[in-house]
Ligand binder design. Structure first.
Ligand code: DOR
Ligand code: ZN
Length: 377
């Protein structure tokens, strides 16, 4: 049995307030604990979005009642919330109550996209430099975001890096001393796009080699939708070759129901909290990663980047040799599916101890609703 620190997932879509048919603070924190994750940072693209003190309190009230693991909530950058008006405090005044500021600079699920760069400026100027700005920015938009970090001399964290051009530019920016960090999601490390333009090599550890996967069969195309999109084998290979440039693993756990994913207008996103650790440990068993890589990218670096407190008496116990098949039926997430259905993995979370209490044991969540703490409170 291997003992590891509790994982931090800096990128989770909780769906509460507003879309609790997909997930809520109860189910998402059960999924987190089952995945060995003891702290989650929640994204603001809920309904309504979390973009001021009132909506932040809405999310935090639900979290306080229901969360079973520790958490913090991001604020979302909008076109006019960097500065206050008579009825609303500016974001920088409530920054210390939040995980940080999330800026959506490219299209995805929700309504928070900021197109015009003049709308980015007041956020870069006003949001405290001690609090992280996380960018959803892809390709050239990411380059613009890194330029903003340089101009305003403040840290930015690039969410879900998926492309060769992105990881290579981040590497170059770090070499220049620009304050940029980044995260990569398991789905961008283990899956490639099945686009007909990029034929999939067979037996490469991706979905083409997994006959029970919903992918690669000309059906369930909506289940492939995710932002950033799944990329090519060359992109995936470049991410793996630049593991030292990757600061964090983040799931971008983005649950949508199967009915929604299989509809004519499928929303982008995959659940990921419960598959993170088995996928990473399987990579360790194949000598593609080390345990030390995992501890740095899932615990030490996210704690440093997001200024998170130590969790005393907190650890996870993992059976590295346990081999099994990933099955949505065994998951706690409400969405009821996983893009890794049928994958053979090696490495199972047996037990999670959170602040001295056994929170998960042998397939059962034992932490009560409301046990989770807001790490910014
Ligand atoms: O695929 C995605 N889904 N990417 C995002 O950036 C948002 C997320 C969601 O909220 O569903
Ligand atoms: Zn996301």
């Amino acid at each position: 049995m291997l003992k590891l620190p509790g994982f931090i997932d800096p990128h989770v879509h909780v769906r509460e307030p507003g879309q609790t048919h997909k997930e809520d603070w109860d189910t998402v924190t059960q999924a987190a604990l089952a995945g060995g994750v003891t702290t989650i940072l929640a994204m603001p693209n809920t309904k309504p979005p979390i973009f001021d003190e009132a909506t932040l309190n809405l999310a935090l009230t639900a979290a306080k009642q229901k969360a079973r693991c520790d958490y913090a909530q991001f604020l979302g950058a909008g076109p006019d919330n960097a500065v206050g008006d008579g009825s609303r405090r500016p974001l920088h005044e409530i920054a210390d109550k939040a995980a940080g500021l999330k800026m959506y600079l490219d299209s995805t699920f929700g309504e928070l996209r900021l197109d015009d760069m003049t709308l980015w400026m007041p956020h870069f100027i006003n949001f405290p430099k001690s609090s992280p700005i996380v960018l959803h920015s892809e390709s050239r938009t990411m380059a613009a975001g890194i330029l903003f970090a340089a101009i305003y001399d403040r840290p930015v964290h690039i969410a879900h890096v998926s492309l060769k051009e992105e990881i290579l530019l981040i590497k170059a920016a770090k070499e220049k001393g620009i304050k940029v960090t980044c995260e990569v999601c398991p789905h961008h490390l283990f899956l490639t796009s099945p686009s007909p333009l990029t034929p999939l090599p067979q037996g490469e550890g991706n979905h083409a080699a997994n006959p029970t996967s919903p992918f690669g069969r000309g059906q369930g195309e909506g289940r492939l939708e995710v932002r950033p999109r799944l990329a090519t084998q060359e992109d995936v290979d470049t991410l793996w070759a630049n593991m030292d440039v990757i600061d964090c693993f983040a799931t971008d756990h983005a649950p949508h129901t199967l009915e929604e994913k299989d509809s004519d207008n499928p929303p982008p996103g995959f659940p990921g909290l419960e598959t993170l650790l088995p996928l990473l440990l399987t990579a360790v068993s194949e000598s593609r990663l080390t345990i030390d890589d995992i501890i740095h990218k899932s615990v030490i670096n996210p704690r440093k980047i997001f200024h998170l407190p130590e969790q005393p008496e907190t650890w996870i116990e993992v059976d590295e040799d346990s081999k099994y098949e990933i099955k949505a039926a065994n998951q706690f997430t409400r969405c009821g599916w996983t893009p890794f259905e049928g994958w053979q993995v090696k490495g199972r979370v047996r037990r999670v101890v959170l602040r001295g209490e056994v929170a998960f044991d042998d397939g059962k969540v034992l932490a009560e609703k409301g046990y989770g703490r807001n790490v910014r409170a």
